[in-house]
Design a protein around this ligand. Structure first.
Ligand code: ARG
Length: 251
């Protein structure tokens, strides 16, 4: 947590520094560089050498609409916004919740889905915020799950993991009492573990957005326009149904 807060604070300080690629430069090059984690199913996941998931397919659809080829970059979640600052890619799509703190460091596009942080535990385990009292909880580092679990009174210990899937594994191995993560991921997890896990309450809700370097207004405008188009021409609905069986756009 401390490390994450520090790096975000440093990022805010740097936010007025070097130049990001402008929309014109991106368009002229013909290729947009997009970063994600590749370890956050069903949103962004590396399957063998193939990057896929709802956000990967959505970003590719947006790039296509913008007439651009895609060059993907994968980074650990906690490094993604920092790499944006260092101009290593043009935008990030990795399920970042739009928070006031992050919005000081980067600019967010309009949300591409709405979700929440949910509690999952083994059958008989904690299901509500009140149940978490005296319990140990696993979360991915640098996430809004960590931030929000810390606000729950009486939690005994919050264990952080570099990857969300590692936090899930800790729950399965019985090393923690609960996992807090995305509610859609949680549903998939409960389903995959047939009868062993239960989905508990939502701890909080969040709007998820793509991030561009602070001040890159030209690119932001194009991304928002492409997203709006995907949302109105059926592209978004099709992808959302494929991955979630429902439309996950913010209402
Ligand atoms: N929605 C959460 C957040 O904003 C988790 C995002 C995790 N994304 C990932 N690619 N692992 O912090």
């Amino acid at each position: 947590m401390k490390k994450t807060l520090l790096s975000l604070a440093a990022l805010t300080l740097l936010a007025s520094g070097a130049q990001a690629r402008t929309w014109e430069a991106i368009k002229q090059s013909g290729t947009i560089k997009i970063a994600t984690e590749g370890a956050f199913p069903p949103f962004n996941i590396l399957k063998g050498k193939q990057l896929t998931g709802f956000e990967v397919e959505l970003a590719e659809a947006l790039a296509k609409q913008l007439g651009l080829k895609v060059q993907w970059v994968t980074q650990p979640f906690d490094n993604l916004l920092i790499g944006l600052q260092q101009d290593r890619y043009d935008f990030v799509i990795a399920s970042h919740g739009i928070t006031p703190e992050r919005a000081k460091a980067v600019d967010f596009a309009n949300p591409h889905y709405c979700t929440g942080g949910a509690i999952v535990s083994k059958v008989g385990g904690p299901k509500t915020a009140a149940d978490l009292k005296g319990k140990t909880v696993a979360v991915q580092v640098g996430t809004t799950y960590l931030e929000n679990v810390r606000k729950v009174a009486g939690v005994k210990d919050v264990k952080t993991f570099p990857k969300d899937t590692d936090a899930q594994a800790a729950l399965m191995a019985g090393r923690v009492d609960a996992w807090v993560g995305d509610k859609f991921t949680g549903l998939d997890l409960v389903k995959a573990q047939k009868g062993k896990l239960v989905a508990g309450d939502l701890l909080f809700s969040e709007r998820i957005g793509m991030a561009v370097k602070k001040g890159n207004a030209g690119l932001l405008k194009e991304l928002n326009a492409a997203l709006a188009k995907a949302m109105s021409n059926g592209t978004y609905a099709k992808l959302s149904t494929k991955y979630f069986g429902t439309d996950v756009r913010c209402k």
